[in-house]
Design a protein around this ligand. Structure first.
Ligand SMILES: C[S@@+](CC[C@H](N)C(=O)[O-])C[C@H]1O[C@@H](n2cnc3c(N)ncnc32)[C@H](O)[C@@H]1O
Length: 398
């Protein structure tokens, strides 16, 4: 049986070349400071206070580099600890940080199970790791214990339905290729995959593609020795056991079945609703979200408070504003489906003015909208944009 450490020493994942840091920054979820603020601190974190963070199972460094680079770019203080079992992955992450001249990072080789001894942390990133632990719950629990009372976790764990076809292949390859060194496992795995029938569920699955991108991707997807997916209810349970509460998934709309079911009555219980959405969609291959210690009050920003500063995610303000002004709606793609989002044309000047530094109240004033009308106009638009993860609130740049 090939161990997790052996895999990531042979095939650090994701495959990254530190030289690429010269030409691009990889951004994503979790662990972009704007998104963290949106879900963990009501969009109101005081970023002049140093952020003490742990990147648990940091791999080749995507989450680490994003966090450190965005905070460095915004001239905000931080102290980040990176920990991973794999020395090969750490070497790549360290080199990426060096290429960018990023400071205040401590690199450790070890297990995230030791996180409580390193903390407490204001923020923990754990992306794509917990489902690879022999006892994942011990990992959730360790991270829960390592968080400061006002802290939060950004996580990603695999989900079963969007990974259809993956697990029978992992099981078969594990038995067939047991005892072979990683390079040979990869060679044999690729050869056998090429012989599978064209209508194999894995071949039909269009939401997984890592095996086509790199050797490390193939290994991670199909040859992993320790990989268990979580249904949404299981995520909530695992967090609960660790003393944590789900703050939210980064794309809440995916977890709302009403877009699919129309007017039908749905369960009140939020987990039951999310489970229905997961089962109906069948395409969710990972759960990406944020969690907080249970005693914390609501931590997600909602756009009610006009002192908040909005940031658009993944879309430029000017073309989005033009689209809203012209059509009163925008089209977005989520999980392979095209969704039309209706928005009041009157919000176009607000969107056009969004620069990550201007609070809502001031955007309204500039657009000649009085505060009462502003609240009534903005809240529904904010709710719609938040549902699709298209907007975050944060004072990071103020
Ligand atoms: C799929 S990679 C994800 C890397 C990174 N978080 C990312 O999202 O790009 C999983 C990483 O978790 C690390 N890992 C697995 N179990 C671990 C543990 N118990 N403690 C620390 N790291 C672990 C592996 O070595 C590997 O680098």
């Amino acid at each position: 049986m090939s161990s997790v450490k052996e895999q990531y020493e042979a095939y650090p994942y994701p495959e990254r070349d530190p030289k690429d840091e010269k030409r691009r920054l990889i951004t994503g979820s979790p662990s972009h400071p704007l998104e963290m603020d949106q879900f963990l601190w009501n969009g109101k974190r005081d970023w002049t206070k140093p952020l003490k963070a742990l990147v648990a199972g940091g791999g080749t460094g995507d989450g680490l580099i994003q966090l450190a680079q965005v905070l460095t770019g915004a001239r905000r203080p931080y102290q980040i600890t990176y920990i991973d079992l794999s020395t090969a992955s750490r070497a790549i992450a360290e080199e990426r940080a060096r290429m960018r001249g990023l400071k205040n990072i401590t690199f450790l080789t070890g297990s995230l199970l030791d996180a409580p001894e390193l903390g407490p942390f204001d923020y923990i990133d754990c992306c794509g790791v917990l489902h690879h632990l022999p006892e994942p719950q011990a990992g959730f629990d360790a991270l829960g214990r390592a968080l400061a009372p006002e802290g939060g976790l950004g996580f990603m764990v695999y989900a079963p339905y969007g990974r259809s076809g993956v697990y029978p292949l992992q099981d078969a390859f594990a038995r067939l290729l047991a005892g072979l060194p990683p390079k040979q496992r990869l060679r044999e795995g690729r050869r056998i995959l090429a012989n599978l029938p064209k209508n194999h569920p894995f071949a039909q699955n269009r939401v997984v593609g890592d095996h086509k991108r790199s050797d490390a991707g193939f290994y991670d997807l199909l040859l992993h020795s320790t990989d268990r997916p979580y249904r949404v209810g299981e995520v909530v349970q695992a967090l609960d056991h660790a003393g944590l509460r789900l703050a939210g998934f980064t794309s809440p709309a995916l977890y709302d079945p009403s877009d699919l079911t129309g007017e039908m009555p749905l369960p009140e219980d939020p987990v039951a609703r999310m489970s229905l959405a997961e089962e109906l969609r069948g395409t969710i291959r990972m759960h990406t979200g944020y969690a907080v210690p249970k005693p914390r009050a609501e931590t997600v920003a909602d756009g009610h408070d006009l002192s908040q500063v909005p940031h658009l995610k993944g879309v430029a303000a000017a073309p989005l504003a033009r689209e809203i002004e012209k059509r009163g709606q925008i089209k977005i793609k989520t999980e392979g489906a095209q969704v039309t989002l209706k928005l009041d044309k009157a919000i176009a000047p607000l969107v056009a003015g969004m620069n990550g530094r201007t609070p809502l109240a001031q955007l309204g004033k500039r657009a000649g909208i009085d505060p009462i009308a502003m609240a009534a106009l903005w809240y529904p638009a904010s709710t719609a944009l938040l549902r699709h993860g298209l907007i975050h609130y944060s004072r990071l740049l103020c």
